[in-house]
Design a protein. Structure first.
Length: 165
């Protein structure tokens, strides 16, 4: 795992700050600034929101569902999250290795099940099926022999998988 205590602490600090404190501080700051600098100085808005508590309640009851919806759209309906996931795998060799290994295992298991089923029925494997297995074995063996966490072999395999899907 390495002795990167400083970088690990920095990572945890940034996540704690950006996920929790910065969010809370930004929300409070936005509410206070908009109310006391804008609404209090505009009589029409002051009539609609006579108190900060009412303003906070109304904005929260509209803002929270709206932001949940925006988050849902981000993850489920746009290409933004897919791009983030791609970048994560492209930049994290350990996650990429796990993904690639999983894809290889699934592919191999399906081939094995198909071939075992055929053999269990006393059918012979065709020359084409044997050739496919041999080519897959060579491809995976070459990847395993050549890849390191620092070279781009896993990334090349990942991009090849992306082109297939």
């Amino acid at each position: 795992m390495g002795n990167h205590l400083g970088f690990r602490a920095w990572f945890y600090f940034r996540n704690g700050w950006s996920t929790y404190f910065a969010f809370i501080f930004a929300a409070i700051n936005t509410m206070v600034v908009t109310y006391y600098l804008a609404i209090e100085n505009l009589p029409t808005l002051k009539e609609i929101f006579p108190s900060f508590l009412l303003y906070l309640t109304v904005i929260s009851s509209i803002g929270v569902p709206l932001l949940i919806f925006v988050g849902y759209i981000h993850f489920k309906r746009t290409a933004a999250y897919k791009a983030e996931a791609d970048i994560y795998y492209e930049s994290n060799p350990f996650a990429l290795r796990t993904l690639n290994n999983t894809e290889m295992l699934i592919n191999l298991n399906l081939k094995l099940i198909n071939n075992l089923t055929k053999l269990a029925k006393n059918d012979k494997l065709s020359e084409n099926e044997i050739k496919e297995i041999s080519e897959l074995q060579k491809e995976y063996q070459n990847l395993i022999n050549e890849r390191t966490y620092k070279n781009k072999k896993d990334l090349e395999f990942f991009k090849k998988l992306q082109r297939k899907s």
